[in-house]
Write a protein that binds this ligand. Sequence first.
Ligand code: BGC
Length: 427
Amino acid sequence: MIPESRTFPEDFLWGASTSSHQVEGDNTANDWWAWEHQRPELIRGGRLSGAAAEWWSHRAEHDLDLAVDLGHNAHRLSLEWSRLEPEPGVVSSRALDRYRQILDHASRRGLKVFVNINHFTLPGWFAERGGWLSPEAIPRFRAYARMCALELGDLVSAFLTINEPSVLAYKGYLQGMWPPGARNLRLAGRCLARQLDGHGAAYVEIKRNRPDVPVGIAINVPSFDPSRPGRIRDRLSSGMLDWLINGALLYELRNGRRAPPFGLGLSSARRMLDFVGLNFYGMYEVRHEWGGRPRLVQRPTIATETADWGRPSAERFERVLLRLAQLKIPILVTENGLFDPDDAQRPQYIVDHVAAVHRVLQKGVDVLGYCHWSLIDNFEWAQGWTAPFGLIGLDPRDQSRTIKRSAQVLQSIARSNALPEPGWDPR
Ligand code: BGC
């Protein structure tokens, strides 16, 4: 018998997440495909997305079956806008059929499917017209959302509109490492604001056409701390980063008002959220010396030369969950994970992070479920194939799959729907 205190709610969701471009393969009509081919030097290791995990051609069903074998009862995936609408206003019935096949397969296997309609990638034609910054961005995204709701809404448990608007704004418009490769603070702010407007517009369209389907957004909420709490500059810089990346966005979602520096006044994302998806990876310590710029100095940290997911911290994850609870809507953990080539740290990371979820559930926070990032090693954007995040290992050269120890750890937690015994060694 499992003692009551370690169990999760009966209908708790256990699963993993994926995104279209990262697993489908041959997404030749989106901005990322073009970017990878124009700027291969920006893809670490030089291997491009290519066939990815071959989900589009045939392997989605196989991997979703593996997820079911691994005890999952939920999966989060994304739709590829460039496949569904290859030209402005033209819907591909072939792409719709393939998505219907995948979604139908998942639900017949007992998976609740959370469907993100946009996970970073944009159709080439949309990007060429200015992407999120174009005057037609919102009507175009609204029409796309309507089509997704009408054509696929019967097969989804819930929709998510956009994945991590602040990450796209940062990587694509400030850091310049992702398409469109801009480095401009003002444009980054505009891109963020536009995506939130897009979220509001998509929410309305989906609800109008599928009133019973819950709609959310997935946001990345890292935790920032001053490296030396006694130093005013560290505290100010950490507070400023937290405001820019998390605070302003949460303020807008909570109050329906845009906050500086992203604008002022009523936001079109006003009360347009049935639940919120949380993506959490780690915590950052901010240090700001006189005459220098703020730096992230947490050690150890999960990083490459060009990306830093922070220091794993289940305690900060718990804090972020409590912060999100202030939105007073259910939370779904839509991503949580780490890149760990040997799968040495991931088993313990999973145990620690689901324990944090359990603690907030006991405090009365409404968490619907936990989706690990990711189900399978995949194309990790500018990190190419060099940052494996999967529960299932994938060798992109021969498409072979291996079940990692961490997958078994999550499997045993999901199957028992309970935390492991205290002191259990997940390795
Ligand atoms: C994104 C994923 C990505 C993961 C790991 C998240 O920011 O939504 O697409 O693979 O982080 O970097």
